[in-house]
Design a protein around this ligand. Sequence first.
Ligand code: AMP
Length: 119
Amino acid sequence: MAEENDLSIFERIIAGDIPSEKIHEDELAIVIQDINPQAPTHVLLIPKLKIPRLVDADVSHQALLGHLLLLAGKVARQLGCADAFRLVINNGADAGQTVFHLHLHILAGGRFSEGGLVN
Ligand code: AMP
C-alpha cells in the first residue's frame, strides 16, 4: 500500500522522472497520452497539484477544476475531436480509479454507447 506522502506516478511524470508523451503543459496542468489507450484518442489531463480523488477536492480547488474543464475543450479542439469526445473521471477503486491523483480522461475517435466505445 502506497504511503500518503509517496509520489504518485503522475507526480513523477510531472517532475520529469518518468517519461511521457506530453501534448500540453501550463502552470496548473499537463496533458499526456495514456500509456494504455482505450480509444483511438486517449489523453489524460493531470493537475500539477495532487488531489487524490475528485471527491477530495474542495472550494479552494474551484479555479483549478474550472481550468481543467476549459483545458479539456481546448485539447479536444487541438486533437480534432471537439465534436465527439467523452470526458471521464474515475473516482475510487470500485469505479476503476487506479492512480490516486485526480485526472480527466479524454476519449475519442469512435462511437460511444451508454457503456463505452462501440467501434
Ligand atoms: P484511472 O484508472 O482512471 O486511475 O486512470 C489511470 C490511467 O493512467 C490509465 O488509463 C493508465 O493507462 C494511465 N497510466 C498509468 N501509468 C501511465 C504512464 N506512465 N503514462 C501514461 N499513462 C499512464
